[in-house]
Design a protein around this ligand. Structure first.
Ligand code: 5MM
Length: 337
């Protein structure tokens, strides 16, 4: 894929007020999600759950693509058709998580480095054959006592750029995800300062490693108070601080910024997206969503592992996806929290 092709896939991902469904939970994470509904995390149960998401009738009106885990991109639906084909029949572009997770960072106490660069070019080649058109890599930045260190930010930014370059060379649009975690009692000022430092480092590395900004998507956290902070910032402040940070740090050549939800409730994540799109005009990039929990929480609760609940779960997913797409169009009018 040349740069024009990468750029056109990136543009398709952010077009028409659509977002991404992050369904790339590793086995450990999906097991934690299933534990909350008392469902055993077997390969079949994981397949049944992901299949119901991708078969939700009309999901392609709101969702441009879905990020898959390695197991899922190889799986077939109950009727034998490949899950990737089910997605494509709904107009949903398959994407793949290519990182191997955040691991303890040598020389640091409590920080992580995302691994997965070894052999990545070969895996990209295989994922392209399996139908993927984009890929995702998540770096995790913690806020806490003496954290983050400049060292942790730098090595994670370097790895994100290495991944992005390898993906572009292999024909996948990289979704670059530097996540500053919400965990902790830090205030929104601290989140803003750390997010800016992180994004500046990431874009410095992307430039140094000659990643084409037109052929990538940024998936950042919003600028938001820590989960346990007192006097947490309200919706307008989160929107204002997030947009200001993006304007300071993200070059206009990037086609889209698709936020992660990071532990926000479904309603908060939608309200923040609406406020950003409604209150700020003439932004250089599209602002959209690439939510995991904020798209799936209600669907998971509706399903609870029972086949008779599949259509209720699909309806719950469609509702969230519809509302988030409305927020992209600035037409979301709110709902009961
Ligand atoms: C869906 O969760 C993704 C994978 O996490 P693990 O590798 O830990 O299993 C995660 O990267 C996700 O894509 C993003 O964090 C966005 O999800 P949220 O729930 O934060 O919107």
């Amino acid at each position: 894929m040349n740069l024009d092709q990468l750029a056109s896939v990136a543009q398709a991902i952010v077009a028409d007020n659509k977002g991404l469904l992050a369904a790339d939970e590793s086995t450990g994470t999906i097991t934690k999600r299933f534990d909350t509904i008392n469902v055993e995390s077997t390969e079949d149960n994981r397949r049944d759950y992901r299949e119901l998401l991708f078969r939700a009738e009309g999901i392609g009106k709101f969702i441009s693509g879905a990020i898959l885990y390695d197991e899922t991109i190889r799986q077939s639906a109950a009727d034998g058709s490949r899950l990737v084909d089910v997605m494509e029949s709904q107009g949903v572009i398959p994407g793949i998580k290519v990182d191997a997770g955040a691991k303890p960072l040598a020389g640091s106490d409590g920080e992580t480095i995302t691994e997965g660069l070894d052999g990545l070019a070969g895996r990209v080649e295989e994922y392209v054959k399996l139908g993927a058109m984009f890929a995702k890599w998540r770096a995790v930045i913690n806020i806490g006592d003496n954290m983050p260190s400049g060292y942790a930010i730098h090595v994670n930014a370097h790895a994100l750029a290495r991944y992005a370059k390898i993906c572009q060379e292999g024909g996948l649009v990289p979704i670059v995800e530097p996540e500053v975690l919400m965990d902790g009692d830090h205030d929104i000022d601290t989140c803003q300062q750390v997010t800016e430092e992180t994004l500046n480092s990431v874009f410095g590395e992307l430039y140094a490693q000659e990643v084409a900004l037109e052929g990538m998507i940024l998936k950042p956290n919003m600028v938001i108070s820590g989960t346990d902070a007192s006097g947490r910032a309200d919706i307008d402040e989160v929107a204002g601080r997030t947009v200001a940070t993006m304007l300071r740090c993200v070059p206009a050549a990037v086609p889209g910024i698709m936020f992660l939800s990071g532990g926000q409730t479904e309603v908060e994540a939608t309200a923040h997206l609406q406020a950003m799109n409604a209150d700020y005009d003439n932004l250089p990039w599209t602002l959209s969503y690439s939510y995991g929990r904020a798209l799936q929480a209600s669907a998971l609760q509706a399903w609870v592992g029972k086949s008779e609940n599949v259509s209720a779960a699909q309806q719950a997913l469609l509702t969230r996806a519809n509302l988030n797409s409305a927020a992209c169009a600035s037409t979301y009018t709110g709902e009961a929290a």
